[in-house]
Design a protein around this ligand. Structure first.
Ligand SMILES: [Zn+2]
Length: 258
């Protein structure tokens, strides 16, 4: 069963075409487990997609294998191999209970936004979909990044004084408007009702000015199935179930971070 265009708020499409979109993920497989409908949307309307993965998923010593699997998964989703990055600082250790330093996450996001000329940054919300500490750490860092960008832009536009600009750390101001969105964590019932969450989401009243909703182009097998098969070292039974039962295989709701 196939579905064509899938954006609930089509008015926003025109403003998002031909931009650089940066996905910040914590582990290889986050991109297709959670973000497939969004990646498909931005790919289909001709945007340049970048993925930066802060850890290589080395919790059980398979980091190098998982790096390659992520690249293969991204290629399967239409993302260029050269647009997939791993953080090389070793600052971000893979672990359910490991909280990453917010300043370091912000600094890393800043660096990759600059490197990719990203216009839009997308990552997790404060609940991290699964409650994973690494996901939540990225959310905190992205929130701080947007807050500091906003402050730097406001200050530099309100005064041409070099002394004022210096106070806000000029090197942190990227001199462009960067939008950021967080993937909404839903309750456990909605999380596992699969495609049934599509009509339910349409019934719920989201703020259309700050929310984007994307639906996957293929419902069976879910669009996330093919890229997930590239993650051979992780494609165990519960991830198989997740691909078929989770709403994140079919629909994403993104909320703007302000
Ligand atoms: Zn993850």
């Amino acid at each position: 069963m196939k579905k064509q265009s899938n954006h609930i708020d089509d008015d926003n499409n025109s403003t998002l075409i031909k931009r650089n979109i940066l996905f910040v993920i914590a582990h290889p497989d986050d991109e297709c487990m959670f973000f497939t409908p969004t990646i498909q949307h931005y790919t289909n309307i001709g945007n340049e997609i970048f993925v930066v993965c802060l850890s290589n998923g080395n919790a059980v010593g398979l980091g190098k294998i998982r790096e390659k699997e992520l690249v293969d998964s991204c290629i399967d989703m239409g993302i260029k191999k050269e647009n997939v990055y791993f953080d090389q600082t070793n600052n971000f250790e893979d672990g359910m209970k490991i909280i990453w330093d917010t300043d370091l996450v912000e600094k890393t996001i800043h660096s990759f936004v600059k490197q990719t000329s990203a216009d839009i940054v997308i990552s997790f919300d404060e609940c991290g979909i699964s409650g994973h500490s690494n996901h939540i750490s990225i959310s905190n860092g992205l929130k701080q990044f947007i807050k500091n960008q906003s402050m730097a832009t406001t200050t530099s536009s309100s005064s041409s004084s070099s002394s004022l600009s210096n106070r806000t750390n000029n090197s942190s101001n990227l001199n462009k408007e960067i939008k950021a969105y967080k993937l909404e964590t839903v309750n456990i019932i909605r999380k596992y009702i699969g495609i049934a969450d599509i009509p339910l989401t349409k019934l719920l009243s989201y703020d259309e000015n700050s929310t984007q909703t994307f639906i996957a182009t293929q419902l069976f097998p879910p669009s996330s199935y093919s890229p997930m098969t590239k993650h051979k070292s992780q494609f165990v039974w519960f991830r198989y179930l997740f691909v078929f039962l989770s709403r994140y295989s079919f629909i994403n709701t993104l909320i703007e971070i302000k």
